[in-house]
Design a protein around this ligand. Sequence first.
Ligand code: ATP
Length: 212
Amino acid sequence: MQSSLQIKNCQLYRQNERLLSLNEQVNGGEILTIMGPSGSGKSSLLNWLTGTLPSGFKATGDVWLNGKNINDLPTHLRHIGVLYQDALLFSHLSVAGNIAFAMPKGDKKQRIDKIAHALEQVGLKGMANRHPDSLSGGQQARVALLRLLLSEPKAILLDEPFSKLDTQLRVDTRELVFSQIRQHKLPAIMVTHDHSDYDAANGKLFTLNTVL
Ligand SMILES: Nc1ncnc2c1ncn2[C@@H]1O[C@H](COP(=O)(O)OP(=O)(O)OP(=O)(O)O)[C@@H](O)[C@H]1O
């Protein structure tokens, strides 16, 4: 079955004022781009999808993931992974520890091999025992991506994940993230202020206009 993330009749309110209205379906390997001015509700939409909408907001509508309505599921059972503009690695854990943290439990040797293989795939061979603080920004971004992917998410949300990276690094990291999304056939939603992110995503665009 092809994976898909469906947003049906979503209406998002902040203090009873409507922020946005959205109906979209994103299939596995597709990236839906959300753009709009600051304060238009982009992050709130992502929060609604992960089940972490703060008080003061209200939403109606349904989220379906792979044919299952997940509206009433708590965040940790939704299996929606988020990549932020900061890598947010745990500084008390090694690179491998960071990645293992979010992985499903299982055979230790298999997990170690899987992490080593994944690191090699993204050009971080032999860095399993490094401390996150000893990595460059681009390397940290790649570890954050692996931590997300190896947690086996069913969908991915990108909240301006490239905005803090310099131009070339930004292009390379974006290419890596998008290629992984396509390879794993995961539905993805990306919030960005940069039109070149949308061009690279090569998918649909949803633009928010309202600013409260
Ligand atoms: N916890 C909160 N409680 C009340 N209002 C909030 C809260 N968080 C954000 N807001 C307000 O809700 C509106 C939408 O915010 P949101 O963060 O979703 O916008 P955004 O489009 O992601 O903005 P940006 O591009 O600046 O990140 C804004 O007016 C913001 O001030």
